[in-house]
Design a protein around this ligand. Structure first.
Ligand code: ADP
Ligand code: MG
Length: 494
């Protein structure tokens, strides 16, 4: 059988993509390691530097992890591996007549999926391989050897029920945490049973590294630098894998934000980003099977909202009350974009009224719009005097001490668990969602529980206007005038 390195050098196959082979030397070393192809001295030394191992591999890997910097060539190499395995590995002996084996490529979002699809389409277009295509759809290529290459967006649901010859996961450290708190572990666990029927299946996960958690970190921690470990872990900065990226570009990134650049381009796991709330603490506070609590007489409810303009983020609402020592979440609402803010506010106002709530507190939001609109519906709107980070800091002890009772909502749980704490160079801490993820529900819930907490400790809400040049006043970027709004303070009452 032809090896992947032969294919990369064959002018009828992939050689047109490797015009300057010197630039690809590190990738060739990786591919040699992956398939246990005999290495040159130079490849062996790259292998040792990028794996922390001494001994050269003697068998092809069935599981491998790549922690490689941005623009290092990961997506392209995954695409090439998908095409190579699809076209040159004969799996028919493991497939029933009519059954298809799938090479599954999993991307973090649609845009990344499109990039990989483009690479795959181009690689399959070489005349020798093009004749193998039986059918091409928007996200899949059926070949005439019972193999299908499919490109998916990371999702727990879409990856079940396949016979998987190879699963190639791209940017796994950045898979969306909106619906699952740990999408990387969950999706990989869902893939594994589908791979069991192929003795030489391959699970290959690539990503630029991020925080010290998740499946990539876990694999690195357990398998990096261990000779004779069946799981191959390869870690390399962008320029090691792709020397065509200018050093100046990387230097600029380090100047702007060294912590971020050392992960993005240096392929080091960040030490300044940690998870904020642990999974068990959140799970312990969930009232299983309770999706909402109906309004009850005699209770005083508070509401908090995280407004959005309707184009990119969700607009969320949370309602809660206190009972003795516990803070109880009663209702959460999320309206996902696109939506009309007017209609969203009308709906939220009516929900508030059903809990006899006449005033809502909202996240800091530049603009008069939500306040005006809520007022039209007879609901006053106050801007929270606490930042989002402060609200999360209030929430943490409530969850850790199980004083909060949450609702059974997987998106809320996922957003809470995904929150991360960053320490800036100045030492200042902030708590927020991971890059590319959302925390709109978590924000509303933290807001409403913190409001209840303040009431509980004998504090009363007091609103006062903030106008003009007072400290803390924000400028509306459209009108360049100060935003006039009320702030709330919690005052001790006896
Ligand atoms: N070693 C290399 N030599 C030359 N070009 C490379 C090399 N590695 C990657 N490239 C090119 O750099 C671009 C970015 O590659 P890509 O696979 O999208 O990077 P990543 O997914 O790691 O961010 C692609 O056009 C790819 O062909
Ligand atoms: Mg990529």
């Amino acid at each position: 059988m032809i090896s992947i390195l032969d294919a990369a050098c064959d002018r009828h196959l992939f050689a047109p993509w490797f015009k300057n082979r010197e630039h690809w030397a590190a990738w060739f070393a990786f591919l040699a390691a992956l398939f246990a192809i005999e290495m040159t001295e130079e490849q062996a030394s790259v292998y040792r530097a990028c794996t922390g191992r001494e001994a050269l591999p003697t068998t092809a890997a069935t599981e491998a992890w790549l922690a490689v910097g941005r623009r290092g060539g990961k997506s392209f190499v995954l695409a090439m591996l998908a095409v190579f395995i699809a076209c040159f590995r004969d799996c028919r002996q493991f497939l029933a007549p009519g059954e298809r084996g799938t090479i599954m490529v999993i991307a973090r979002d649609r845009q990344q999926a499109r990039i990989i699809l483009r690479y795959i389409r181009a690689l399959l277009r070489v005349p020798l391989l093009a004749q193998m295509i039986e059918r091409e759809t928007a996200e899949a290529f059926d070949l005439d050897n019972q193999i299908t290459i499919e490109v998916h967006v990371a999702s727990f649901r879409s990856t079940r029920g396949y016979s998987i010859v190879a699963a190639l996961c791209d940017e796994i450290a950045f898979w969306p945490t909106d619906d699952a708190a740990e999408p990387d572990f969950e999706i990989i666990n869902a893939l594994r049973p589908g791979m069991a029927q192929f003795p030489n299946s391959l699970l290959l996960c690539a990503s630029s590294p991020y925080a010290r958690r998740g499946a990539l970190w876990d694999a690195h921690r357990r398998h990096f630098g261990r000779d004779a470990d069946p799981v191959l872990v390869w870690q390399a900065p962008t320029r090691v894998m792709n020397p065509t990226i200018p050093q100046a570009l990387i230097d600029q990134a380090y100047e702007r934000d060294p912590a971020s650049a050392s992960a993005e381009f240096g392929a080091e796991f960040r030490s300044d980003v940690e998870s904020f709330i642990n999974l068990e603490a959140v799970q312990a506070c969930i009232s299983r099977g309770t999706f909402e609590r109906q309004p009850r007489t005699g209770l005083r409810y508070l509401a908090f909202t995280d407004p959005s303009g309707g184009s990119s983020d969700s607009f969320t609402l949370a309602i809660a009350h206190r009972e003795n020592d516990s803070l109880i979440l009663d209702c959460i609402r999320e309206i996902k974009p696109p939506f009309s803010p007017e209609a969203a506010i009308a709906e939220f106002a009516s929900t508030c009224r059903s809990y006899r709530i006449s005033g809502i507190v909202g996240d800091r939001y530049a603009g008069e719009f939500p306040r005006e609109q809520f007022r039209k519906h007879g609901i006053s709107y106050d801007v929270s005097n606490k930042s989002k980070s402060d609200l999360y800091l209030d929430l943490l002890p409530l969850l850790n001490s199980r004083r909060a009772e949450l609702l059974d909502n997987p998106r809320l749980a996922a957003q809470l668990i995904a929150l991360e704490r960053r320490t800036a160079r100045s030492g200042r801490e902030s708590i927020d969602h991971p890059p590319g993820a959302h925390d709109d529900l978590a924000n509303a819930v933290a807001g409403v529980l913190a409001s209840n907490l303040a009431v509980r400790s004998g504090l009363r809400m007091f609103t006062y206007p903030v106008v003009g040049s007072r400290p803390g006043c924000e400028i509306d970027p459209k009108t360049m005038r100060p935003i006039e709004r009320e702030r709330i303070r919690w005052l001790k009452v006896n």
